[in-house]
Design a protein around this ligand. Structure first.
Ligand code: 4FV
Length: 252
């Protein structure tokens, strides 16, 4: 998969490309990355990429010409790539969108700065507007890194055998189960016995219960929009019965 990043601060990505699973994916050519400096497409010798907003007001706006030049050049290099503008105006990014984007041949990620980019660029040259959340950043670069990170780990072969994306949080619209590793006892706190039992069916059942409980307690909104399967409904009913029993006992 090709990732092309358009930014006036392309060096921000150097440490991002050089560490962890992203670095390994690049070394193994699972992803190909390039950064384009939007300034290089500014026609004037000062390479100006921003200007005052028409209609007045504070802040500056990214000029359309350098952006259009950079986007067209990137798209010409990877014709099948989709152009994404990172903006608070966009569809909010989530795991489902990460899975969608992971099937693209490539992404051209346009990182805005200042108050935003000239609207005519959005209309003519952008396929998707994506937001990483309802808050305002100083630039789209961090948002682009988040998209590249979440999408790259979904590319087959990027996560080694031991890590599997299908066990991810949100992969089945549930939060991930609790994780434990050595030591068996840490400051008096013991690892749940079932995880030491080697009984894989029991462990899978425990992990499903752990996911359901954590999702119920921390993100019940996810449960509301999830169509629960028979086993999940059974577990939730069992808890309901136990909670009812507790309440009864408490009443007596
Ligand atoms: C943003 C977000 C974001 C807005 C103006 C950059 C800033 C400046 N991008 N999700 N939230 N972008 O705040 O993606 O251009």
């Amino acid at each position: 998969m090709f990732f092309t990043v358009l930014s006036i601060f392309p060096k921000m990505f150097d440490p991002f490309w050089a560490h962890g699973i992203i670095r390994k994916a690049i070394e193994e050519k699972k992803i190909l990355t390039s950064t384009i400096n939007i300034r290089d497409y500014a026609p004037d010798r000062h390479q100006v990429t921003d200007d005052r907003p028409y209609g007045g007001g504070s802040g500056m706006v990214m000029k359309p010409e350098p952006l259009a030049g950079a986007i067209r050049d990137a798209a010409q290099r990877i014709p099948a790539a989709k152009t994404v503008l990172l903006t608070p105006q966009g569809r909010v990014f989530d795991q489902r969108m990460a899975q969608e984007l992971a099937s693209c041949a490539g992404l051209v990620l346009v990182c805005g700065r200042y108050e935003g980019v000239d609207e005519r660029v959005c209309h003519e040259l952008v396929d998707y507007e994506i937001s990483i959340g309802d808050y305002v950043l100083t630039g789209g670069e961090l948002a682009a890194m988040i998209i590249i990170d979440a999408v790259t780990r979904l590319i087959p072969g990027v996560l080694g055998g031991e890590q599997a994306a299908e066990k991810d949080s949100f992969a089945n619209d549930l939060l991930e189960h609790a994780h434990y590793t050595r030591p068996r006892i840490f400051e008096g706190s013991q690892v749940p016995e079932v995880l030491l039992s080697g009984h894989h069916q029991e462990i899978e059942k425990w992990r499903l219960e752990s996911s359901l409980m954590r999702t119920l307690l921390k993100r019940s909104d996810l449960l509301q929009k999830k169509d629960l399967d028979r086993q999940e409904i059974e577990i939730l009913n069992k808890w309901q019965r136990e909670i009812k029993k507790l309440i009864e006992e408490f009443r007596d």
